[in-house]
Design a protein around this ligand. Structure first.
Ligand code: NI
Length: 209
């Protein structure tokens, strides 16, 4: 027999912040969302705010410690400009061509590198309002979609870089890892057990019918 897990969220758990490399949620493979509630809509609003305040154009849920298949995008990167797009349970297909360009990531602030991506790609997803999205993306939007989709699978942009290009930014990446190590050693990082409990709680709330 199992007892149903308590999925009630504390006030602290309702408030999002961006996590940085090498936080384990960034390497967690997110599960599909089977349930949308008011809390999730509030999380999405917070994600847009965090994205704008950090001058980003896309933000994936696991970058705010939510292990679920969701990301938000606004290619203009500014509130009241461009278009706010929400992608739930996205599927990418039919990649075509390739383009190399520089990318950065809010979970690795200040670090940039050249990444080769498909030039065009199809995306299918749902919005938080239950609308089905299907579009063929090109250019900058195609790149953003591939970067954010990777996050949901636990992939960081530097994983996609050539060995030679990645070596150029390895010292900067290592600084984030050293910093995390220090915070772990002084007990400033949640334990593996606490982290697993959080993942289970979120998955029970959003990824189970
Ligand atoms: Ni990113």
């Amino acid at each position: 027999m199992t007892t149903p897990s308590d999925t009630t969220l504390t006030d602290q758990e309702k408030k999002l912040s961006v996590i940085v490399h090498p936080h384990p949620t960034l390497r967690h493979k997110s599960k599909p969302i089977l349930r949308v509630d008011d809390q999730l809509r509030d999380y999405i609003a917070q994600m847009f705010e965090l994205m704008y305040s950090s001058k980003g154009v896309g933000l994936a849920a696991n970058q705010v410690n939510l292990p679920i298949q969701l990301f938000v995008v606004n290619p203009a990167g500014k509130k009241d400009e461009g278009e706010e797009m929400v992608f739930i349970n996205p599927v990418l297909s039919r990649p075509k061509g390739s383009e190399q360009a520089e990318e950065g990531c809010l979970s690795l602030p200040g670090v940039f590198g050249e990444v080769v991506r498909a030039a065009e790609i199809d995306v299918e997803a749902y919005t938080h309002m239950g609308q089905h999205i299907k579009l063929r993306a090109t250019g900058y939007l195609a790149r953003i979609l591939q970067h954010e989709f990777d996050h949901l699978n636990g992939v960081m942009f530097f994983d996609r870089m050539s060995e030679a290009k990645r070596l150029e930014i390895q010292d900067e990446i290592s600084e984030f890892e050293d910093d995390y190590q220090v915070r772990t050693s002084i007990g400033n990082v949640e334990s593996a057990e606490q982290w697993q409990a959080w993942i289970r709680k979120l998955e029970s709330r959003y990824c189970v019918k």
